[in-house]
Design a binder for this molecule. Structure first.
Ligand code: NMN
Length: 168
């Protein structure tokens, strides 16, 4: 039977740590569901990019990785009720066997619902976190080396730096 993994995160933006994570997870599973969390949020300091923009970043970055695994990208809006969030995710996603996250709340909610959760090693976490990369965008510091080339292209296409600076 096909083993399918779900990775869920906000990907604001998709960065080199996420690319590394995808490469690790596809060694474990036959198919990957890439869940874009807080899909309804955009144009804020914490969530500057829309779900559609994040789908472009992830799709183009994963395409460039040249992996064989089928990847489904699914936007998942937040729900103001943690106790039913896992059912909400399941209702939006292809069936999955394993959830991948290092977010303590996400780990707890899936575990309490009986879903196997795997945590993944953090890769160069000092720089490779969304908040640090967004801060660099605001300050006009180098952020490009820390994201896949495809993400640089998407952010240029949407004039993303101007937006991040304007909402900050
Ligand atoms: O670990 P991050 O990148 O923050 O991603 C986790 C995602 O899961 C976020 O989009 C977060 O909002 C979402 N989430 C939502 C709920 C809810 O809507 N009740 C609960 C837990 C996680």
């Amino acid at each position: 039977m096909t083993t399918r993994g779900l990775v869920i995160g906000r990907f604001q933006p998709f960065h080199a740590g996420h690319a590394h994570l995808v490469k690790e997870i596809v060694n474990d599973v036959d198919e990957l569901v890439f869940g874009i969390g807080s899909a309804g949020d955009s144009h804020t300091v914490r969530n500057p990019f829309t779900a559609g923009e994040r789908i472009m970043m992830a799709t183009k970055s994963i395409e460039a990785m040249d992996i064989e695994t089928t990847v489904y990208t699914v936007p998942i809006e937040d729900l103001n009720r943690n106790s039913v969030w896992v059912s909400h995710v399941e209702s939006m996603s292809p069936r999955f066997d394993i959830a991948y996250s290092n977010n303590p709340l996400v780990v707890r909610l899936f575990t309490e619902s009986g879903v196997e959760v795997r945590q993944t090693p953090m890769y160069n976490r000092d720089v490779l976190k969304g908040s640090e990369i967004r801060e660099r965008m605001v300050e006009g510091e180098a952020w490009e080396p820390h994201v896949p080339d495809a993400v640089v292209e998407v952010i240029e296409e949407i004039d993303g730096i101007q937006r991040v600076q304007a909402v900050s």
